[in-house]
Design a protein around this ligand. Structure first.
Ligand SMILES: [Zn+2]
Length: 316
């Protein structure tokens, strides 16, 4: 029996319950790789995977769903393939897209949403969406040797209550991150997700841990007076806050969101200049990755340079 060891812990009825649940995972990097894999192996009914990035060589040290041959390809698509090989019985839909107010309905059918992203803006958006539609979600983050996990429900403080004024400039690129950090964070996030789906009580505190000192603490969090999201002013969901060009956590990569593209046409155009890889869904040209939804990832030293490359090869 595929789930026999797990059923000794959660019971056959528990297995039946999780076998009917849908989990949305935003971000398929280091933490998302772990969470998605645990839930796929556990026998969740359906996973909805959303990730805007492509696999880079520097990801392989910790993002355990990817191999060398995957470098350059979208993480969402590659993750789906890898997870299907692990458990062919579950349903997986994957979207190589940047989560934004226009496409966040992709998560509407999720019973719970796991934040495995690397940026506050997307988290504020998920927060707005989950308050508006009374959805449960779990924030998880890891940098260097430290990790944090916190689950949100209807009556809890929200993400904006706690992180509104957070100004962390730490990124994986500048500060670094250990695989052990992200793997323990993803592992705990998946455990909490399964507990919530099984209606078990989960910590209301923020879990903070350090794999260097082996400290693990539970930190109390509070609602903040005047929090816009708690007062149903969903600035991120309405698109009033958020930017069009964003720096991606990785090697000097910028994302520019433009119009939808006909990639067959674009491919012909670019082939006159240099070699182009990919098909009608996705193109790779030099240091530029182009998605059909209009997103373009550009390796550049500055936002300005990224915009210049965009104008030159993709077109505004
Ligand atoms: Zn709030």
């Amino acid at each position: 029996m595929r789930y026999s060891r797990q059923e000794l812990i959660i019971g056959k009825d528990g297995q039946e319950i999780i076998g009917k649940k849908t989990v949305g995972i935003v971000g398929l990097g280091a933490i998302g790789s772990v969470s998605a894999q645990i839930l796929a192996r556990a026998g969740i009914k359906k996973l909805i995977l959303i990730d805007r990035d492509v696999v880079e060589l520097s990801n392989l040290q910790r993002q355990l769903l990817y191999k060398e041959e995957d470098v350059g390809f979208p993480k969402a698509i590659t993750a789906k393939k890898a997870l299907k090989k692990i458990n062919s019985e579950i349903i997986i839909s994957s979207f190589a897209e940047d989560l934004n107010p226009k496409n966040i309905d992709l998560l509407k059918k999720a019973d719970i949403i796991l934040d495995c992203t690397d940026n506050l803006e997307t988290r504020f958006l998920i927060n707005d969406f989950c308050i508006k539609f009374s959805k449960l979600w779990i924030y998880a983050a890891g940098i260097a040797t430290r990790g944090t996990i916190l689950s949100f429900s209807k009556d809890s403080p929200c993400f904006r209550c706690i992180f509104e004024n957070s100004k962390s400039n730490d990124t994986c690129e500048t500060t670094g991150v250990l695989a052990s950090t992200t793997m323990i964070v993803g592992s705990l996030q998946a455990k909490i997700a399964l507990d919530i789906l099984l209606n078990k009580k989960v910590p209301s505190e923020m879990i903070w841990l350090d794999v260097e000192t082996f400290n693990l603490q539970k930190i109390k969090v509070k609602k903040r007076n005047g929090c816009p999201a708690c007062n149903k002013n969903f600035e991120y969901l309405k698109g009033e806050k958020g930017s069009k060009t964003t720096k991606v956590c990785g090697k000097s990569t910028y994302q520019i969101r433009g119009e939808k593209k006909n990639l067959n046409e674009l491919k012909k155009r670019l082939e006159r200049i240099d070699k182009v890889r990919g098909n009608s869904d996705f193109l790779i040209f030099r240091n530029i990755s182009i998605f059909k939804d209009g997103r373009v990832l550009i390796k550049a030293d500055s936002e300005k340079e990224a915009k210049s490359i965009y104008s030159k090869y993709v077109g505004n």
